[in-house]
Design a protein around this ligand. Sequence first.
Ligand code: FES
Length: 159
Amino acid sequence: MKEQYEKLEELLDYYSDNYNNINSDQEAIKQLLHETQEIFDYLPADALQKISDKLDIKLSALSAFIKLIPQLKGENFKHKLTVCSGPRCGAKGGATILNAVEKELNVKPGKVTKDGTFLLVTQNCLKKCKTSPNIKIDEDIYHNVTVQNIPDIIKKYKK
Ligand code: FES
């Protein structure tokens, strides 16, 4: 497992050294996804998160390629839960919120829950700083989130 992630790091170093703006080169992104899949046999969510962080490619763009190209296999999940890791949410207890979500779902960022329901990710600012701390599930944003109301929010998506 560790070896696979080391290989991914090497691959990402290569792409970051050789492409100034990979977002303008769709072929390079497709190639990168194929090469990542060769390492893992599929495209795990946390590998996609690492690609996104290192090369500044939006996760949604990576997902779009996976949907488009039949040979690429993404990880299945029903809902994406995003916890804001931006500074304003951080100042209002964002780290505590992330901890509480991790505990509630029993999963770390970049991973899918065992039952395949949630992918947990973090994002640096959901652009709703005035109502921080915020989390997002799919396209629904929840404002002024507290540790206490996290279970209720999550429960709605479990059915
Ligand atoms: S820092 Fe969380 S929404 Fe901006």
